[in-house]
Design a protein around this ligand. Structure first.
Ligand code: BES
Ligand code: MN
Ligand code: ZN
Length: 512
């Protein structure tokens, strides 16, 4: 009895620590460590610390001997100068000195640096990017934290762990850097960690109710946040037949989680972000091919990013009213599952013929987005959804697909994408796409067999949004996960796509 209690506590402690975001501390005292990461400009130009360490010319010599060019995102391991406290130094290229890198470029330099350092040293070095501008340092720190992300909690072999517990950044203006960093980038980085974590978790761990519990835990203690969750009985009562129909095939019943953060002026219409939260998508009775089905644990990434966006903005105490809605269900084939040909009635009153039970994302969104639209009368209604394979075939891993009836919204989202790194590309949505989902049995059907997949999916969602509501749909099926490391994410798997985009867009649009 006592032993098993200890076991449970140890397990709890283990999970709790191994999924913690990497912490980042700034210091102006050079810490004791064998290993140093040192920033070097192109042509070998050194900063203040670099020049001190190079008193005997050892570093300059090593730079020449290794032909290290200092290009952005490059690195070179060298022995530390004789007589210094360090043993090894990893030089990190900062690019041209006069080059005004964008925020994103600095972030990517930081992210590549941590990954190269972990590769070279296997343990945590001291980071001295050796630049003096506090805003640049904050960007490097943010990038390093994002770039340290690795979903390694299930590795029992500690040799395989890559995520650093703590990154220590040395710089002269440590205090002002940490003030900038902690009030801006740190909450965003933490939000992205939480978003990636929950998206990476397998579907035996994350199902509708555990999604709700996990985020409820994260929001605990944060200011101005209200959470309301609808269960399957509430859905029946409210007439949410579309989300209910998707969820009813699973023993893990559907949920709709609604989180309000009213940090702005009282009475100002909020921005509402709705996310597709299919905790596992088998396709239902329209069963998917088993080959890549395991990947469908990521099918709740839109819902995770909606919550992550709210977490990021609330963490910055942003003066904005924001609502995040997660439309959660597990799409399973079973004796209680809905069938192709079934007709369901959505909360809006519109009836839907189910053509494919695998086009389930748009069904859960139909009710959640209608709820968000009429309940909040939003200033802007956004949805994020891993909706179609078709968007990934068109746009690959670099852009999400953006769809809207309000073209004047597009340019600012493209900008936010370029600034933040979560890039977007507009795809068409016109009357023909709405025609393609008309149905002879019900008001609409959930797939338009003769229409381009991503646009038909967008039109279906749009059919549940009032026409003059400012609404934008992002199909993130191509970008929500990947199989390669990137500067901002060392881990294969979930990218956390959407948090950086919406954080940037909302801050610029509503707070400046
Ligand atoms: N979750 C999938 C979309 C998806 C596919 C995401 C591949 C990532 C990779 C979605 O629910 C789905 O099954 N969409 C179908 C729609 C079709 C049945 C109209 C698709 O894209 O094939
Ligand atoms: Mn599906
Ligand atoms: Zn799906």
């Amino acid at each position: 009895m006592r032993l098993s209690l200890v076991f449970v506590l140890v397990m709890l402690f283990n999970t709790a620590t191994s999924t913690q975001p990497t912490s980042l501390t700034f210091t102006d005292q050079l810490p004791d460590n064998d290993l140093l990461v040192l920033g070097v400009y192109q042509e070998g130009e050194l900063g203040t610390l670099g020049q001190q360490l190079d008193a005997q010319g050892d570093i300059s010599h090593a730079i020449q001997a290794t032909a290290f060019e200092g290009k952005a995102k490059s690195s070179q391991l060298i022995p530390a100068p004789k007589g210094s406290d360090f043993k090894q130094i990893l030089l990190i290229g900062l690019g041209e000195k006069e080059a005004k890198h964008s925020d994103l470029e600095w972030q990517n330099i930081g992210g590549q640096a941590i990954q190269d350092a972990v590769e070279a040293f296997k343990k945590a070095p001291v980071f001295a990017f050796d630049v003096s501008d506090a805003a640049v340092l904050a960007n490097l720190a943010y990038g390093a934290k994002l770039g340290s992300y690795y979903f390694d909690k299930y590795y029992t072999d500690s040799e395989r762990h890559k995520r650093q517990k703590n990154i220590v950044m040395f710089s002269e203006g440590a205090d002002s850097t940490s003030t900038i960093y902690n009030s801006t980038w740190e909450p965003v980085a933490n939000a992205i960690y939480l978003t990636r974590n929950i998206s990476n978790e397998p579907a035996n761990v994350i199902y509708p109710q555990s999604f709700v519990d996990t985020w409820t835990g994260h929001f605990k203690g944060m200011n101005k946040i209200k959470i309301k969750t609808y269960d399957e009985k509430d859905m029946v009562k409210k007439g949410m037949g579309a989300i209910y129909g998707v969820g009813k095939g699973s023993s893990r019943q559907p949920r709709m989680m609604v989180v309000e953060y009213m940090g702005g002026k009282k009475g100002d219409a909020p921005v509402v972000v709705v996310g597709k939260g299919i905790t596992f998508d088998t396709g239902g009775i329209s069963l998917k091919n088993p080959k890549n089905m395991w990947n469908m644990k990521f099918d709740m990434s839109g819902a995770a990013a909606a919550m992550g966006t709210l977490y990021a903005l609330a963490g910055q105490n942003a003066e904005v009213n924001l609502v995040a809605i997660a439309a959660l269900a597990e799409n399973m084939p079973s004796a209680t599952a809905q069938r192709p040909g079934d007709v369901v009635t959505s909360m809006s009153g519109k009836t839907i013929q189910i053509r494919s039970t695998d086009a389930e994302g748009r069904l859960v969104l139909a009710d959640a987005i209608h709820y968000g639209d009429i309940k909040y009368d939003p200033a802007l209604l956004i949805d994020l959804a891993t909706l179609t394979g078709s968007v990934g075939r068109a746009l690959g891993k670099d852009f999400s697909g953006m769809f809207t009836r309000h073209d004047d919204l597009v340019a600012d989202f493209i900008d936010a994408g370029k600034n933040s790194g979560d890039e977007v590309w507009q795809l068409p949505l016109n009357d023909n796409h709405f025609k393609a989902i008309e149905n002879d049995v019900a008001d609409v059907m959930n797939s338009g067999p003769d229409a381009p997949g991503a646009s038909a999916g967008a039109a279906f969602i749009g059919a549940f949004v009032r026409e003059d509501t400012q609404w934008v749909h992002f199909d993130i099926a191509g970008v929500a996960w990947g199989s390669n490391a990137q500067p901002h994410n060392a881990s294969p798997g979930a990218s956390g796509y959407g948090v950086r985009l919406l954080n940037d867009y909302i801050l610029n649009k509503y707070l400046k």
